[in-house]
Design a binder for this molecule. Structure first.
Ligand SMILES: Cc1cc2nc3c(=O)[nH]c(=O)nc-3n(C[C@H](O)[C@H](O)[C@H](O)COP(=O)(O)OP(=O)(O)OC[C@H]3O[C@@H](n4cnc5c(N)ncnc54)[C@H](O)[C@@H]3O)c2cc1C
Length: 297
């Protein structure tokens, strides 16, 4: 059976950057992705802090990077990785369909949205509840929506949807936002954004199997047509339990981005780090790849 030099798991910005470096070094590898290339940036309507682009939407940036790896001839395959096993001196990356034997692995599986954990949240996903304003915002033209959260993502997407919807209610559980000043300023200037601080959603309301509003911890109700949840992210690391992780699931590495397994590296939002951004994830993708190149050559 074929033995790859490396398998990259996840084609977000970190994984695709690693792919550019491995390909240019002439390594034989495969890039596996369970969703669409670009990962989280596909959910971002407006990126203004990535150098080289004064302003770009996430899907455009994702497509540009994807086009770059396609032109280089990177082998990109659909694959939802379920397990990593040992076999002799190699690793085996297992998806439901296939197994890939490899000398090294770069894990770049990023993060997914944290759920509120309320009763009907899963049931109403797609029926008024979403984790991506940029993907579903147009469904709420001239309607009222609620955004839960107070970080950069929540405010960015509130601003995006405020240009489409009638009213946008931002419900945040603290007394101030944890976001860039530039975003807070813009939110403060938007007349159709209504801000709730120190409030938590305790119940999701529905009508005929569709989202209809929320009940807050002071028992007040906000009626709306859509709910967008931005209360943080959790790392996608359930498929691996043989390396050190933090108690919340982030992968632990040394400064070379090597995990506690000599053959496994990690990069991007899956790492425990101070800043979860495109710029940092791209840097880590490049660093993990360059260290894999070093050990293989
Ligand atoms: C709404 C929003 C707005 C944002 N705005 C900005 C911004 O303006 N500027 C900025 O710098 N950053 C922004 N960010 C953050 C930025 O998008 C992330 O930091 C960055 O994209 C992380 O890239 P990544 O490659 O590490 O992970 P991800 O983008 O999470 O990619 C990981 C990929 O791995 C895949 N994957 C996961 N598990 C598996 C598996 N088991 N098998 C196969 N594939 C798997 C996923 O499908 C995904 O495609 C924003 C994020 C969000 C959600």
């Amino acid at each position: 059976m074929k033995i790859y030099d490396c398998v990259i798991i996840g084609a977000g910005v970190a994984g695709m950057t690693a792919a550019i470096y491995l390909k240019r070094a002439g390594l034989d590898f495969v890039l596996l992705e369970k969703g669409v290339p670009g990962g989280q940036i596909n959910k971002s309507s407006n990126i203004e802090n990535y150098p080289g682009f004064k302003k770009v939407d996430g899907p455009t940036l994702a497509f540009n990077i994807y086009e770059q790896i396609e032109n280089l001839g990177v082998v990109y395959k659909y694959g939802d990785v379920k397990e990593i096993k040992d076999s002799d001196n190699h690793k085996v990356v297992c998806t439901e369909q296939e197994e890939y034997i490899t000398k090294t692995i770069i894990i770049a599986t990023g993060r997914k949205p944290r759920e509120l954990g309320l009763d009907n949240e899963k049931k109403l996903l797609g029926s008024g509840i979403s984790y991506c304003a940029y993907c579903d915002g147009m469904l709420y033209k001239n309607k009222d929506v609620i955004i839960i959260g107070g970080g950069n993502s929540a405010l960015e997407e509130a601003l995006y949807i405020a240009d489409i919807a009638n009213k946008v209610y931002i419900v945040h559980r603290s007394s101030e936002y944890r976001a860039d000043e530039v975003l807070i300023d813009k939110v403060n200037k938007k007349e159709n954004i209504i801000k709730y601080f120190n409030k938590e959603v305790i119940e999701i309301l529905e009508n005929n199997d569709k989202f209809s509003g929320v009940k807050l911890n002071d028992e007040s109700i906000i009626n709306a047509d859509g709910l967008f949840i931005y209360i943080g992210q959790i790392p996608e690391t359930n498929f691996i339990n043989t390396i050190d992780k933090t108690k919340d699931g982030y992968i632990v590495t040394n400064e070379h981005l090597k995990t506690t397994d000599d053959k496994i590296y990690a990069s991007g939002d899956v790492l425990k780090k101070d800043l979860y951004q495109i710029a940092t994830s791209i840097g880590e993708g490049a660093l993990a790849a360059s260290n894999v190149i070093k050990i293989l050559k």
